[in-house]
Design a protein around this ligand. Structure first.
Ligand code: SF4
Length: 348
């Protein structure tokens, strides 16, 4: 019976819960922010960003009013920048539609931009004590092993079924703790990589996969498609002690962020020189900076970098350019970490 897990899971959580900065209070803004940051980033990496973000934007009203470039700068290094844009859009909606007071009901929270079923459940249960589940990858793993659920967990129907089953056993007096207990158990005991640590698990007696010895079969999810490989040449263009940056288009990958001008393909030094001339720019010899690689969810960038000291700025063929000093780049511009290898070189 699934309800038999409630007491041992809560008792285990009480003893073993992780001390995390966003668990120090029940402020919905803090919980929401941490959950959005944690969507694609490890807990240890999030801690520093979380504190820096709240130092700069301590209230929802501060987030609603922050200029886009300053927001991007705060988010620099976390990746998946649409998360930050949606945070701001949601903050504006909280100010406009709710008078600056975070909505309490699951359905209202779910309507905010960038918030899905998991995050709405996490905020509603942890901040407001609402008895709704928050089912993330950790919870899917623990649940599917516990009951040997073999449905494909990327399917909405299967996800909904799991949420409904967990809803039925939510303890009304501790829904936030219950949700966090699943998450912590999945993160530390019923782990995603390698054998689960069943000997430390409070649910070992109820776990069907442990008894069957087939925990590695769960959760069932289809294999990912291989990532698309893209080659590009990145230009670090110096002009009178400043560097050329270009704003990416407002839509698509890394939308609206600043980057170094680039071209598709790996260009030879001669081809790179030809490109510069086509842009109406010219400079000293191009200096090879070497390769760089960055892996996104569905794409891999394989880059080749060149440093060029320009005598003439590009005149045509490249748009949305600015010149920025090293200090300005460090302070005011959010350059995606995909360019980390070249940015480090520039700043060293
Ligand atoms: Fe996971 Fe093992 Fe616990 Fe089952 S007993 S939930 S497989 S850690």
């Amino acid at each position: 019976m699934l309800e038999d897990i409630v007491a041992p899971l809560l008792a285990w959580y009480e003893e073993n819960k992780r001390a995390l900065p966003w668990r120090e209070d029940r402020n919905p803004y803090h919980i929401w922010l941490s959950e959005i940051m944690l969507q694609q980033t490890r807990v240890e990496a999030v801690k520093g960003y979380y504190e820096r973000f709240l130092d700069r934007l301590p209230e929802v009203r501060d987030l609603a009013a922050v200029p886009e470039d300053a927001l991007m700068k705060l988010w620099q290094g976390l990746g998946y920048y649409n998360r930050a844009r949606n945070l701001k859009r949601a903050a504006v909606m909280i100010m406009d539609d709710y008078g600056g007071v975070f909505p309490e009901e699951y359905e209202e929270i779910l309507r905010l931009p960038g918030i899905g079923a998991y995050t709405a459940g996490a905020v509603a249960s942890m901040a407001f004590g609402k008895a709704v589940p928050a089912v993330d990858g950790n919870v899917y793993r623990v649940y599917t092993r516990l009951v040997r659920e073999s449905g494909d967990i990327t399917q909405g129907k299967v996800q909904k079924g799991i949420r409904e089953e967990i809803s039925k056993i939510m303890p009304l007096d501790a829904p936030g703790e219950f949700n966090q207990a699943w998450m912590d158990l999945g993160a530390g005991v019923c782990i995603p990589v390698g054998e689960p640590l069943c000997e430390k698990c409070p649910l070992a007696e109820q776990c069907q996969a442990r008894m069957a010895g087939d925990a590695s079969l769960y959760p069932n999810k289809p294999k990912k498609k291989p990532r698309k490989r893209e080659e590009k040449t990145v230009f670090i263009l110096e002009y009178q002690g400043k560097y050329v940056l270009q704003k990416r288009p407002g839509q698509g990958l890394l939308a609206g962020l600043w980057e170094f001008p680039s071209q598709e393909g790996h260009l030879s030094p001669e081809e790179a020189g030809t490109f510069l001339r086509e842009w109406g720019a010219w400079g000293d010899e191009v200096e090879l900076l070497g390769p760089g690689k960055h892996i996104f969810t569905h794409i891999e960038w394989h880059m080749l970098g060149y440093l060029v000291h320009l005598k003439e700025m590009p005149q045509r063929g490249v748009e949305n350019l600015v010149l920025a000093s090293r200090e300005e780049i460090r302070r005011d511009f959010s350059i995606p970490s995909a360019y980390g290898v070249y940015l480090e070189r520039l700043m060293s």
